[in-house]
Unconditional design. Sequence first.
Length: 173
Amino acid sequence: MNLCVRYKCIYLYDGEIKMGIEDKVFPIHAEARSMPYGNYFFDAIVSFDSYHYFGTDENYMNYYLAPLVKQGGQIAIAIPGLTKEFENGVPDNLKPYWIDEQNLTFHSQQWWRKLLGRTSVIDIIESFDLECTNEAWEDWLRSNNPVANGDISFYRADINNQLATIAIIVKKR
C-alpha cells in the first residue's frame, strides 16, 4: 500500500515500512477495543485503512484510542470513503457492488469531521481528501488479497469519482 499525504508518501509493503523510520514505527495487529497498552503510552498513532471499521462508534475515540496517546500527541487516520454522502441512496453505478458493511463504514470527510468534532478529548487539526485515491486503490487491488479481488468491480464501477481516500489529523487535548 502506498499512502500519499500531500506530497509525502509512506510505503508499506508486506508490513514493512520504507521511509527511514523502520526503527521508530511498530505496526500492530490487535483488537481495537482492547489494545494491549496503557494510557498515555504513545506519542502518536497512525491508522491506515482500519479506523472506518471501528471508529464509526462515536465513543471509540474518547474511550479507546485517545487515552493511549499522551496529551498533545497526534493521531493520523487514513481511510477509504466517499467524496460526499449519498443523498438519495447508493448510486446505480455502485449498487451491484455495494455491500451493507459499506453503508456503515464508507463516509465523507465532512461526515468524519462532524463525528470526531463531538468528542471531548481531541481537537481536529485538519481533514481532507487525499490526492492519491486512485493510486491507493490500485495498490490495494494489486495486493492479491481475496477481499481486494472482490473489490475490483466495485472500484471500476466508480465512474463518477465518488470514492475518496480521507486523511484526518487530530491532537489530544
